[in-house]
Design a protein around this ligand. Sequence first.
Ligand code: CA
Length: 496
Amino acid sequence: MKYLTLTGWHLLIITLASLMVMAHAASPTPPPNVIVILADDVGWGDLGCYGATKTKTPNLDVLAKGGMRFTDAHASAAVCTPTRYALLTGQYSWRRDAAGLNKGVANGDSPLLIPVGSTTLPGIMKKAGYRTAAIGKWHLGFGTSTPDYNKDLSPGPLEIGFDEFFGFPATNDRVPTVYVRDHRVLGLDPADPINYTYDAKTAAAGGMKKWAAGRDRIGFMSGGKAAWWKDETIADTFTHEVVGFIERNKQQPFFLYFAPHDVHPPIIPNPRFVGSTTLGKRADMLSELDWSVGEIMKTLERLGLTKNTLIIFSSDNGASPYNEKGHLPNGPWHGKKSQLWEGGHREPFIAHWPGHIAPGTTSDDLVCLVDLTATAAALVGENLASEAAPDSFNLLPAMLGNPKQIKRDHLIVMSGKGDLAIRQGQWKYIPDLALVDGWDAGPKKPNQPAKPALYDLSTDKGETKNLVLEKPQIAKRMAELLEKIKSAKSSRPAEP
Ligand code: CA
């Protein structure tokens, strides 16, 4: 080397630099990891970054500060199961009326509600080479008939696109109160099999109680005691699983659907969060949720994955309580979980992807959780067949600030009883006010005429002034659009 002239050194340096540029070009940034966090029963107004002053959500606030916060984002339904179905398939749940997805939520005895073979969000990611996992609340059934929790729970999440599953069957207030890993209940003692039912007569005949894992539950259960979860440690258990999944897959692209049980009843935060707010245990459970999100952010940072990970945070339906010591869980919006009022389905929605989504930004675009399937397809360059994800709009242009995007012009939302309302621009049309209160709506009398309502959400967040008589043309247009989308098989626009 000592014989190299100055010109020779220059040549060597230039050659090395060229090789480094070529090496860089040959190994482009790997595809981004995608983490969807779908909280349970968290309302639009529950987070600090959405204006709450008495809850403590510092990690979610940091996430919003580093990304984009949507103000007009919605769950496709005002209750759990249909929203989760729509998120994972890109299809409005009410199109599947035969499966019961047009009303209510699933119990722990539901068969799998997503048909094996259908296009799904995890399936799209898996096909693109991602490792995929669902961790947390499932609530979309197992098997082809009433599942037997002492046997293989198949088909389930693994048959619709997830490589791994860890979670519980339905809700934290429903039997069976056990964790499932992939196809099997975790820690089940075969000598103490699980018996469960949602039918009181069957329960009485079989000695099953409306009580499991130390508390009253929806449904009846006996057995499986070694496998019962502890309510106080569900968040710790899920978070541990999530961190483990990220660590195991740090060197390959992954898709994680994390569905925390926070803040669904029973409201039982881990004791270390009790008293973290002055509001009560529901807000303390929000602190627990925020801690889980913080653990994910810390893990990504520790593994050097923050920059190449798209995180989306939202919730499956609005909050149940109207008012907690002055804190408004659904913010300025009227109504609550299960209802067609905005408070039932308008959700916090944060998208975080450093270097791609501009930090500290706010979008007022109309978006919905049903849009995540088409968004994922666009992210990995998958062309959706015309019948796939039929109600899903690609949100990437909205997230990345592309003004030439096709924006969602309309959205149909569903109540807990399966009734529908439609949004278009600032307008919201509800076909019958007798049904707007979801689970709280009284029985409708036979031959009682429908009483439609039209609200201008740009000036009337509380949905107090019915403009149906003042604006009959708009009401008629929206009623017709609702019927048109219902009778069509799809509402997704063709990509340009
Ligand atoms: Ca829920």
